[in-house]
Write a protein that binds this ligand. Structure first.
Ligand SMILES: [Zn+2]
Length: 425
């Protein structure tokens, strides 16, 4: 049960005493850090951070949030979203759509996407690139300032991409020049890759996104083919490291996956044509595979109904099953796996649907939950801060009806969300 009024009252009352204390009563608590299930727990959040987790005793006071009839988990983490490109309506398949929205429009729509994402249970996201550069930084900062309701965001600032590559608006007439704001990450050589990485990091990006291979939802380009050169990727990764940051790579093709890992990226996105050598290389280098194995079905359903470009649909079909087979092989091989859905490609708020796919393709329900909590936190370098219900972590919690360990689809309908001790719903 959601108890918004009680939560608000507790906040108001605690507010007068200095520290704000919010107690959550969890009927069942899934602890992905220790792969355990606890029952009847009190989670005490003080000033937005978890202070204590203990067995519930009525004598310790009433709950601000009464989830005694529900299963409570850490707030979920999606490592592959596109909230800040919210101007691209997911029902709008026009490749030139980003050019039809002003910067203000893009950012305002991003705020709507952020709200939908948070309300569906994702309290932390890595937003992995925008066509119009730096809009994601504005959205992240507005959320952090409490001006916009949304998940804690980590952002790329834009895409490092070859001209006309998967990170650019394409399909325009040859004599139409894409505006500068959409080409901030365009590079022609390793020196430019280094320069553009520095550009995004200097302006507040948290990490760098490389477009290593062609993209599915793009006109032109082959998902399996390399776009950025190994030297360009290495230059960007070296620069990111010097800034205390890292690169991640969009990579569908088997060679692009390996080249990106050798260049030093932290996570591989999509990994559609992942082969045994790629899995071994990812394992050897401690690289996480972030495979969006749900959205292929969404695109195949909605995209066909809405008449998306034939090239999108063809490339989607070509990459969907092979990616799922690769996912199953990677799980079996014990590779590091995390949770990323490509939200924005499908309708925001449906990210929970991917859990069932991860279980269908080889994970236990606990492994799928860990991918979206503890493993995602490690990939973000936020171990112990997010994705766990333990002292010191942010007070980010969700509640679902039923038992996700018995039926993982329970995570598709999140009943309650608390972010940093604040009741969202
Ligand atoms: Zn993406």
């Amino acid at each position: 049960m959601r108890n918004i009024l009680a939560g608000t009252l507790a906040l108001l009352m605690a507010g007068t005493a200095g520290a704000q204390t919010v107690d959550v009563h969890a009927g069942r608590l899934i602890d992905p850090q220790n792969a355990k299930v606890l029952t009847d727990q009190r989670i005490r959040i003080v000033d937005g951070k978890i202070a204590a987790v203990s067995v519930w005793r009525d004598a310790d006071g009433p709950a601000a949030v009464d989830w005694s009839g529900e299963t409570v988990l850490p707030g979920l983490i999606d490592l592959h979203t596109h909230l800040a490109d919210g101007a691209i309506d997911v029902t709008e398949s026009d490749p030139a759509a980003p050019l039809k929205h002003s910067e203000a429009d893009t950012i305002l729509k991003g705020a709507v996407a952020a709200r939908m994402e948070l309300r569906s249970g994702f309290t932390t996201v890595r937003d992995v690139g925008v066509y119009r550069g730096l809009t994601d930084i504005a959205l992240r900062d507005a959320i952090n300032a409490g001006e916009v309701e949304g998940p804690r965001m980590f952002v790329a600032g834009g895409y490092i991409t070859v001209p006309g590559g998967g990170g650019e608006i394409n399909a325009l007439a040859a004599d139409v020049l894409v505006p500068e704001a959409f080409r901030m990450g365009e590079v022609h050589n390793p020196a430019e890759a280094r320069d553009r990485a520095r550009f995004f990091l200097d302006r507040g990006a948290d990490f760098i996104k490389l477009i290593a291979t062609g993209a599915v939802l793009a006109i032109g380009g082959i998902p399996g083919a390399l776009e950025l050169s190994p030297e360009e990727m290495k230059a960007a990764c070296d620069e990111a490291k010097e800034h205390g940051s890292y690169c991640i790579a969009h990579a569908h093709g088997a060679e692009g996956i390996k080249a990106a890992i050798r260049a030093g990226v932290r996570t591989i996105e999509h990994a559609s044509y992942l082969d045994a050598e790629g899995i071994a290389l990812a394992k050897a280098n401690g690289v996480w595979l972030d495979m969006d194995i749900y959205n292929g079905d969404w695109i195949n359903d909605v995209g066909v109904k809405q008449g998306w470009p034939a090239e999108y649909l063809r490339k989607n079909v070509e990459t969907t099953d092979v990616q799922r087979r690769g996912f199953a092989a990677a799980v079996k091989a014990g590779a590091r796996m995390t949770f990323g859905t490509d939200a924005g490609v499908y309708m925001y708020g449906l990210g929970g649907r991917q859990f069932a796919y991860m279980v269908r393709y080889g994970m236990t329900p606990m492994q799928a939950i860990q991918a979206a909590t503890t493993e995602a936190a490690r990939a973000l370098r936020l171990e112990g801060k997010v994705g766990t219900i333990a002292p010191g972590a942010y007070g980010d919690l969700i509640a679902v009806k039923g038992d996700p360990l018995g039926d993982i689809r329970a995570l598709e309908q999140v009943d309650g969300v608390v972010k940093e001790g604040r009741v969202i719903h």
